[in-house]
Design a protein around this ligand. Structure first.
Ligand code: ATP
Length: 371
């Protein structure tokens, strides 16, 4: 199967990727493909190669901690501001006439795939059959995120933020907006165009998003080049809600994950002249101490670190296929129930974090380590 890569790259590159163990063959309902599992030159992690198609991985976006100076440093010329929606990244495209939803890592997610016709205006693909639509799936029915988001109350919605053409090229920001306009899509909110003299206006957008408990923004240059690329910036409230929803996973996630959120909050306050009030500080301290303390207690009583999810589908089979997909992706889960509620099935499952559990258990047993 790897021989199909020779259409796209030289023999040495294929060998190099193989040596890095960055190529995985995979299939979904008879469609065979190769997933790239590490960034390699112009192919980001999650790039998918098929016989006659390449689906580029979604590129990484640089983060700035100082918004004003980040804009002045990186946004040369006009740019748009888009809302950064907090969910999971999905690329949707037609394969053999059927829409498939690829996750950031290049897996086909059976649950998201089954929902595509409800999430998207499918007539787009009649006009642009080889295009790839990128966006964020978000909502309380997300099987990958536990953080509540204020703007989706039922199951999940799909927020489009980028388009890629048949050759894998990302469309320019304005081309994308005008191409999406005739269709009934939910796009991420957008503002602009701006230039670097509009920093105050961009900061107002961020403050409003912060008040509404939304995650942040992605700044997208009108004309992207090798040097002028999008940047991302998050709100103060998102730093706290990230902490609240992740500190239970103490010792599973690297300590830097939590520190990163604290650093982002500190820079936000510095730039916006915000003095953190007692409520914020108390909530942050509670998130950093009480949730992990609860986790240590759970493990001391023989339990595991875990998170609970509830997903919905029209089909019971899709929920089972989705559970298989998680297990194939090395995500440890336990299905609790699948129940029919009205005309839908609701699957409840837990994601189990064995590494973090093991680290806590060993520490409780007195094992030592050098730090
Ligand atoms: P990265 O891969 O960029 O280093 P990450 O996977 O850790 O980062 P985040 O830090 O949350 O993710 O930020 C990037 C992600 O934000 C994108 O991969 C995309 O899924 C999501 N996103 C949400 N809204 C937008 C938007 N308007 N434009 C681009 N990406 C967006």
């Amino acid at each position: 199967m790897l021989s199909l890569l020779h259409r796209y790259m030289k023999d040495e590159e294929v060998e190099n990727l193989e040596q890095k163990k960055a190529l995985h063959t995979d299939s979904f309902e008879g469609v065979e493909f190769i997933r790239v599992t590490k960034d390699h030159k112009q192919y980001p992690r999650g790039t998918v190669f098929m016989d006659d198609r390449i689906i580029m991985g979604y590129p990484r976006i640089m983060r700035v901690l100082h918004l004003g100076n980040g804009i002045r440093r990186y946004m040369k010329g006009k740019f748009y501001v888009e809302e950064k929606v907090d969910g999971y990244n999905v690329r949707i495209t037609l394969i053999n006439g059927r829409p498939l939803a690829f996750t950031r890592g290049g897996y086909v997610c059976p649950l998201t795939t089954s929902k595509v016709p409800d999430l998207l205006d499918m007539s787009f693909f009649e006009k642009y059959p080889d295009y790839v639509i990128s966006g964020e799936v978000a909502g309380p029915g997300s099987p990958y995120n536990t953080e509540p988001i204020p703007y989706v109350s039922e199951d999940v919605s799909f927020f489009i933020f980028d388009l890629f053409d048949a050759s894998g090229e990302k469309l320019s920001t304005e081309e994308k907006y005008s191409m999406l306009e005739p269709f009934q899509f939910t796009q991420v909110s957008k503002w602009g165009p701006f230039t670097d003299s509009d920093v105050a206006e961009v900061k107002d957008i961020v403050l409003e998003l912060d008040r509404q408990g939304r995650e942040g923004i992605v700044l997208k240059p009108v004309t992207e080049t090798k040097k002028i690329k999008p940047i991302k910036y998050v709100t103060l409230s998102s730093c706290l809600s990230d902490l609240r929803s992740t500190t239970e996973l103490v010792m599973e996630l690297p300590a830097g994950f939590f520190m990163q959120r604290i650093i982002r909050a500190i820079f936000f306050c510095h730039e916006f002249g915000i003095h953190l009030d007692e409520n914020y500080l108390l909530d942050a301290a509670k998130a950093l101490y009480l949730s992990p303390a609860k986790s240590v207690k759970v493990v001391s009583e023989g339990g595991h670190l875990k998170e609970s999810f509830k997903v919905k589908s029209q089909s019971k089979k899709v929920i089972s296929e989705f559970m298989d997909h998680l297990n194939r992706s090395h995500i440890d889960t336990k299905l609790l129930s699948i129940e029919k509620i009205n005309d839908e099935f609701e699957g409840r499952f837990q994601r189990i974090y064995r590494d973090g559990t093991k680290k806590i258990r060993r520490s409780l047993k007195g094992h030592g380590f050098f730090d």
